[in-house]
Design a protein around this ligand. Structure first.
Ligand code: AVJ
Length: 329
């Protein structure tokens, strides 16, 4: 007889996503200096390009995080107190997550996986694969924008390990990051643990190469946001009239990624009924990617009402997974 699978997936997509995009982009293009949100990189093409970035020799974060998980998941799960539930923010295809799920299965604590992702399709297909791979696993997925819908994470499945991998937290500005971590802290119980992936500070040359690869994949990824605006907002950006710029800002300890206008030009966005002027050489920021040290992360956690409890890096110290809890718990 077939065993009963338990897959439950709740969908909370933003009915106003298009309106949110319109107001975000309008605000960003009218700001001085101009800025676009990195969340608009990821249409189908952008997601493919990001996948290609993760396979580049120069882009070490994905590979390094995978190595740490492959080698140390047992230790991480033990240090997290053998959680019953794995919640994953931005779960996607859950490729790296299997290391954590397998470690939880091996110690016998695995009960529930809560994938949280913006794509309904991928969440369904990931859930279907995982119930095959982990017999008896209950899946309680959430399809939503987790920055907006964080509070929907199920509360009754403690102790939980809440994983936020990939270094995506680095895209947030300090105040956004503090608010986001404080919201996570507010949902955590004393037995819960957060597992956060972050890229670490290193030499400028390696950082800049990781975000400006010679094959030009990252440049194409960056310029793809213009194609997204052309399609979604009836804009007429010419990607060839912009150059990819990726600089390490050592004062702020972050990569600063921009598009530089190669000419004086006017761009129109029909859907916004807006015309925007670019001066020759003008730069528009499209992303930041913060780099951390252990000391700085301890301060970041403290500011959000959290405490660093475990620290897992690769041998070279390029990338870190932090295990974090409420203070003293
Ligand atoms: C997906 C946000 C972790 O900041 O390294 C990669 C995105 N941008 N190359 C990063 C990115 C350019 C990436 N994150």
């Amino acid at each position: 007889m077939e065993s009963e699978t338990t897959i439950e997936i709740e969908v909370h997509l933003d009915a106003d996503a298009a309106a949110t995009m319109r107001s975000d982009v309008r605000r960003g293009l009218l700001a001085a200096p101009k800025e676009l949100s990195p969340k608009y990189f990821y249409d189908e093409r952008g997601s493919q390009l990001f996948e290609q970035i993760t396979e580049l020799e120069e882009y070490y974060p994905t590979r390094t995080e995978r190595e740490i998980l492959a080698e140390r998941s047992r230790e991480i799960v033990a240090a997290a107190g053998c959680p019953a539930t794995l919640v994953e923010l931005g779960s996607g295809s859950a490729a790296k997550t299997r290391h954590l799920l397998s470690a939880m299965e091996a110690v016998g604590c695995l009960r529930t996986y809560v994938p949280v992702d913006i794509s309904e399709e991928i969440t369904h297909s990931t859930a279907a694969c995982l119930v095959e791979e982990y017999p008896g696993l209950a899946i309680q997925g959430l399809v939503c924008d987790f920055e907006r819908d964080l509070e929907r994470i199920p509360a009754d499945l403690e102790p939980r390990l809440i994983a936020f991998l990939g270094g995506t937290v680095g895209n947030l500005y300090p105040d956004q990051r503090r608010d986001f971590l404080a919201r996570l802290a507010a949902l955590m119980e004393s037995g819960d643990r957060l597992l956060l992936g972050t890229d670490l500070v290193k030499e400028r040359d390696r950082l800049e190469l990781a975000y400006d690869d010679p094959a030009g994949v990252t440049a194409e990824f960056n310029k793809n946001v213009l194609t997204v605006l052309n399609r979604e907002l009836g804009a007429n950006f010419d990607p060839d009239l912009f150059a990819h710029v990726a600089r390490y800002d050592s004062g702020e300890a972050r990569m600063d990624i921009r598009l530089r206008s190669l000419a004086e030009q006017t761009v129109s966005l029909d859907v916004l009924d807006l015309e925007v002027e670019f001066a020759a050489g003008e730069e528009m920021r499209t992303e930041i990617s913060a780099k951390f040290t252990r000391d700085r992360l301890e301060a970041v956690y403290a500011e959000a009402g959290l405490e660093l409890r475990g620290w897992f890096t690769d041998a070279a110290g390029d990338y870190a997974l932090s295990l974090v809890s409420l203070p003293g718990s």
